[in-house]
Design a protein around this ligand. Structure first.
Ligand code: NAD
Length: 273
């Protein structure tokens, strides 16, 4: 690692004030291990004012205690993306609290545990549709509702999270791999629709990180072992590295980039052996 990066204190941003005066909404924090939380920390350190959603009352306390660490007056809203009314209500509430939105982070996915083990062949129709609805379709629904708030700011940037299992077959990833393929293609179609409004949308394809969602994938620790052995950087990645890439994608530094799937995986995806 470059010396400047190594010497930067963890609590400070390398680019303070890059996002000063900007506002963002983060969907997908469940706990302190969530990738969405690492992204929120990177954005907040760069000066962005944030709001968060939580999925159901069970997670409200977790998200609230994390959000409090960023300062006073961080808005929190309930949002289960399987309920379209909740998505509409969410953006009505955001419009009341913020005069517009510069960024949306979509960091959500779900499949039933039994669909993330064994043969893809045994995927149930219900399990297939549920994975698609929460992990892929929700991005389009969220973009549609976020649009007027981003247009108020003259444009914006949306970032979603994907995984290599949406490009290549990864054992047990199964129905989620198919949902990620749909998500990545959604990013391209959405980029075409949103581009004329000066709204960019990109996906980060993150390497495996130990989180609640990852623990649902059977044999997850094998995936991290293979990664450490084969990735060009010969290591796994940290959530903070995904956070800083999201910061880049949200900032004007990436203003020429949209419809892209950017791998933050220590280079694993380039390997053919
Ligand atoms: P996580 O469990 O911390 O986050 C998943 C989030 O999805 C949770 O906050 C959960 O509340 C939310 N969610 C699930 N169903 C929902 C619903 N119906 N409505 C609203 N929210 C819902 O796990 P994570 O690993 O941080 O996952 C975040 C994203 O990163 C996911 O898209 C995941 O597929 C992706 N990703 C994870 C890894 C990894 O190895 N952890 C790698 C690549 C991509």
């Amino acid at each position: 690692m470059n010396q400047v990066l190594e010497e930067a204190p963890a609590e400070q941003s390398l680019v303070p004030n890059l996002l000063k005066g900007k506002t963002g909404l983060v969907l997908g924090v469940a706990n302190k291990w969530s990738i969405a939380w690492a992204i929120a920390q990177s954005l907040s350190k760069a000066g962005m004012r944030l709001a968060f959603t939580y999925q159901g009352e069970r997670l409200q306390k977790n998200v609230s205690s994390l959000a409090e660490t960023l300062g006073p007056d961080v808005p929190l809203y309930p949002c289960d993306v399987t309920d379209e009314q909740q998505i509409k209500d969410l953006f009505k509430s955001v419009a009341n609290d913020f005069d517009g939105l510069d960024c949306v982070i979509h960091s959500m996915a779900f499949a039933k545990r039994e669909e993330l083990a064994g043969e893809f062949l045994n995927t149930s129709k219900e399990g297939y549709l549920m994975a698609q609805e929460i992990s892929a379709y929700s991005l389009t629904a969220v973009c549609r509702e976020a649009l007027p708030l981003m247009e108020n700011r003259g444009g914006g940037s949306i970032v979603t999270l994907t995984y290599y299992g949406g490009e290549k077959v990864v054992p047990n990833y199964n129905v989620m791999g198919v949902a990620k393929a749909a998500l990545e293609m959604s990013v391209r179609y959405l980029a075409e629709d949103l581009g004329p409004r000066n709204i960019r949308i990109n996906a980060i394809s993150a390497g495996p990180i130990k989180t609640l969602a990852a623990s649902g994938v059977s044999g997850f620790s094998n995936i991290t072992e293979v990664m450490k052995e084969k990735a060009p950087l010969r290591r796994n990645i940290e959530a903070a590295e995904v956070g800083d890439t999201a910061l880049f994608l949200v900032s004007p530094l990436s203003r020429g980039i949209t419809g892209e799937v950017l791998h933050v995986d220590a280079g694993y995806h380039i390997k053919g052996f």
